[in-house]
Design a protein around this ligand. Structure first.
Ligand code: SF4
Length: 438
């Protein structure tokens, strides 16, 4: 009779950074011979990877822990919520262990304690690229953890600590393995990608024996040699961001920058304690576009921050109209427990926040529709995401997965998911494009 292989259930909530932690834990579990169970009933214990960023995420995480306890009974909690004092233990005293984010060893220690390692793990259970939660053709590449800024609305630094950059050799080896295993697109993530290496004074590391500085430009350039799409997320507009634009113009990395501006009124940005200098931003965007006309810029903004006046909001709209960003998300300000901004005066009534959000999105919608209409008749390379009865659904260089738009290919039914295709754009709305294979 075969011995029972220990089974671990896994529930992962939260952002791409949390997913990246989850991937490491899953990889380690499989490497040690544990099986990952698809149901609470078959699992010997359950690991819940939580998010604690906003109050609704806290609730969602606590509910998920409650459900795992009710369905299985043996639960280990990890992730951001675990770093928030005793919140988890108070709500669910029967959990077996609680750790914070980025705590692979602690999680594995807790698993070993409550569910001993199998004696004879198959060493080849684990593919070299590890276990990933994203589809096979794209992968998030986390380059650092934590953040040196102290934006007044954010509690990430208190949850995850100051910036710690991963060694550039490790990042490059991971990226190389991912590409060798069939990944077509690498999404570089962190809390602040442009600050990569600041904590180690841009130390020189090694990749395949070649010296490389721990710095965003050097990393982007080396990633660009791997032959996959490389997309940069969470880039703050520091002066050295100018250095990656030529890499985009040369086609080494995607001409795409995700820059969370959050606002455009210097007064509000000061209250938010945001990094970067907004005064020169418009001129820089103009210069970047001269260097790389295809550059797609994505950003997020917060409206209704404490003290935001009609004038501040007007300034934000003016910026939006001048900057003509390609992709934009807009959130209404909501207080996060423990954030310094909660103590600021001038809270904005909920209905005003919602009204400003609607005006903001209408304004952007027009900008976006006009920008996308200019793409009609252009040829583009797209990456296929899904095939359905109407054809294929893909993404262009300007579309990050899940947050940006899509390209619908009417005659793409014979394409494969994860394949690059050449299309010509036939139609556009304010968000998506329609195309035909060329
Ligand atoms: S840059 Fe600001 S918003 Fe982003 S993680 Fe750091 S403190 Fe939070």
């Amino acid at each position: 009779m075969s011995k029972h292989t220990p089974q671990v259930g896994f529930v992962s909530l939260g952002c791409p950074k949390a997913s990246s932690d989850a991937e490491r834990i899953l990889t380690q579990l499989r490497a040690e011979g544990y099986e990952i169970s698809g149901s609470y009933q078959d699992a010997d214990l359950v690991v819940v990877n939580t998010c604690g960023f906003i109050d609704s995420a806290v609730e969602e995480s606590l509910d998920a822990i409650g459900e795992a306890l009710a369905e299985n009974g043996k639960v280990i909690v990890t992730g951001c919520l675990g770093a928030k004092g005793n919140v988890v233990q108070q709500a669910h005293p029967s959990v077996l262990a609680v750790t914070g984010p980025h705590a692979l060893e602690e999680v594995m220690g807790a698993v070993h304690e409550h569910l001993p390692k199998p004696h004879d793990p198959f060493i080849d259970l684990i593919p070299p690229q590890g276990i990933r939660l994203t589809p096979d053709h794209f992968a998030y590449l986390k380059i650092s953890e934590g953040c040196n800024h102290r934006c007044s609305f954010c509690i990430i630094p208190s949850l995850r600590g100051d910036l710690v950059s991963r060694p550039i050799g490790d990042v490059m080896s991971e990226a190389e393995t991912l590409v060798q295993s069939g990944v077509k697109e690498l999404l570089v993530i962190s809390q602040d990608t442009s600050a990569y290496g600041v904590d180690v004074k841009y130390r020189t590391g090694f990749w395949n024996g070649r010296p490389l500085k721990t710095r965003m430009t050097e990393l982007a350039s080396a990633l660009g040699e791997l032959g996959a799409w490389v997309r940069l997320h969470y880039v703050y507009p520091y002066p050295h961001v100018d250095e990656v634009i030529p890499l985009m113009a040369e086609g080494k990395i995607l001409p795409y920058l995700d820059i969370p501006f959050q606002h455009a009124s210097p007064r509000i940005l000061k209250a938010m304690k945001r990094p970067g200098d907004i005064d020169n931003t418009l001129a820089r965007i103009r210069r970047w576009r001269e260097m790389c006309p295809d550059l797609a810029i994505r950003s997020t903004f917060i409206v209704g921050f404490p003290g935001e006046t009609d004038e501040d909001f007007e300034q934000l709209l003016d910026f939006l109209e001048e900057a003509e960003l390609d992709r934009v998300g807009c959130f209404t300000y909501s207080a996060v427990e423990g954030a310094a901004a909660n103590a600021l005066p001038g809270s904005v009534p909920e209905e005003v926040k919602l009204e400003r959000q609607a005006i903001f999105m209408d304004t952007q919608s027009e900008i976006s529709a006009a920008k996308l209409a200019k793409k009609i008749d252009r040829r583009m390379t797209v990456l296929v995401e899904e095939i359905d009865e109407e054809g294929a659904i893909a993404r262009s260089y300007a579309d990050a997965p899940e947050i940006d738009g899509l390209v619908y290919i009417s005659n793409g039914e014979n394409l494969q998911v994860g394949e690059f295709a050449e299309v010509v754009i036939t139609d556009a709305d304010a968000h998506d494009l329609w195309a035909k294979l060329v």
